[in-house]
Ligand binder design. Structure first.
Ligand SMILES: *Cc1c(COP(=O)(O)O)cnc(C)c1O
Length: 400
């Protein structure tokens, strides 16, 4: 046993690359921060970001907007969700997901999860069959990607439109295809704790020309949509431009500049996340009383956070275990808490949802689930010390 304490903050991200800082300062000095406020022959940072991200993601169209939650909400609208519609959604997710569904006046039908934090495919199939839901908002929660071949099959069989929430899977893949390329539209977040950091921000991608045109206009482009980067042909806009309300939610030039500087190093950062994740995964899986999902071979994940179950501890000891780790500088979050805390909540705390279901597997799995951020400011040695502390505290609690 060690009494070592870990001292680095779990919320510290890396600096914005110098190129992004320099560009952002130039934009501030120019006073032209709005994406459509351009000098003659000046390119819009936001439009360039849209082109570059579309290319990286392998999508035809891309829209930069104010947040990931906004991108989800807009994706639902432009895919045709109407007030009163029902939307299938996995129950293990974060609050902006049911929030986006509520925002468009729709009602979530929550689907159970399986032992490995994926949407339960049997429950999905059953709920798709018994409900009139025509949409699935699939959150690749904490980067765990379900069998996307089966998800796509189930959606096709029931005539369901799939929308992907890729807030935790920017850069992740299923059978070599990037997450976000399986449904009608996908939403990404560039909020500080995701894979690119502009403080707040979101990206919406799609291969559907009409959905793209609606999204661009509804994001608040007025009739300046022609200045966007990755957009369909003018004739598509002619069809939809007078029928698309303006739900103001544009991205500004500063944030776009910060993101453009991060995109070229994203691939390298994904590897850096995974080397930290893999070390933690190896260490944690070797511990008694720890259950940690095995990743599927078809999945290329991005390990920007890690989840495990402290299975031998009774539920009422988990808060003390989390506190004991916290006292030694290791910040864990408990997804089983009856009360929502900070960023974390269990689905049954979203009481604005009508007829909240009882989802036995989700409740059982989350009861013992703790979650930890893995920022890139940690080294592999840091990961070892974190693992030592967790192992130590777990042994103490198991012995007690
Ligand atoms: C962060 C997050 C969102 C929302 O992104 P914001 O940019 O913070 O609005 C949506 N879904 C999940 C799973 C998230 O983690």
């Amino acid at each position: 046993m060690t009494e070592a304490v870990f001292t680095k903050p779990f919320t510290q991200q890396e600096a914005i690359p110098d190129a992004g800082i320099d560009r952002a300062v130039k934009i501030m000095k120019s006073g032209r921060l709005h994406r459509y406020n351009l000098a003659d022959d000046e390119d819009s940072e936001a439009s360039c970001l849209e082109m570059e991200y579309a290319k990286w993601q392998g999508a035809d169209y891309c829209l930069a907007c104010t947040s990931g939650g906004y991108a989800i909400q807009l994706a639902l609208r432009v895919c045709g969700v109407k007030p009163g519609d029902r939307i299938l959604a996995n129950a293990y997710t974060l609050a902006p997901v049911p929030g986006a569904i509520h925002n468009v006046g729709a009602h979530p039908i929550l689907v159970d999860i399986d032992e490995n934090y994926h949407i339960d495919l049997q429950d999905l199939d059953a709920k798709a069959a018994e409900s009139d839901a025509k949409f699935l908002l699939l959150s690749h929660m904490r980067g765990h990607i379900a069998d996307m071949d089966r998800v796509v099959e189930i959606c096709a069989a029931h005539g369901i439109c799939l929308i992907e929430d890729c807030a935790h899977t920017m850069g992740a893949k299923w059978r070599g295809i990037r997450s976000g390329n399986f449904g009608k539209a996908a939403a990404f977040s560039t909020q500080t704790y995701k894979h690119m950091n502009s403080g707040e921000g979101g990206l919406l991608t799609t291969n559907d020309a009409e959905i793209a045109a609606r999204a661009v206009i509804s994001s608040g482009s007025y009739m300046l949509y022609g200045r966007h980067g990755a957009i369909p042909a003018e004739e598509i806009f002619q069809k939809v431009r007078l029928h698309s309300p303006n739900y103001s939610g544009r991205m500004d030039q500063m944030r776009a500049a910060m993101l453009r500087a991060q995109l070229p190093i994203l691939e390298e950062n994904l590897d850096r996340w995974n080397s930290r994740y893999d070390r933690l995964h190896t260490r944690l899986s070797a511990m008694d009383g720890v259950i940690i999902p095995k990743r599927k071979q078809d999945e290329f994940y991005v390990g920007s956070s890690i989840q495990f179950r402290a299975d031998t501890l009774p539920k009422d000891q988990i808060p003390s275990f989390v506190d004991a780790c916290g006292a030694r500088g290791v910040e864990l979050k408990w997804f089983g808490d009856d009360q929502p805390k900070a960023f974390t909540s269990r689905y049954d705390s979203w009481q604005f949802i009508d007829n909240l279901p009882v989802l036995p597997t989700t409740l059982r799995i989350l009861e013992k689930t703790v979650d930890m951020r893995v920022p890139l400011t940690f080294t592999i040695k840091d990961c070892d010390l974190i693992a030592d502390i967790i192992e130590d505290e777990l042994a103490r609690f198991t012995a007690a």
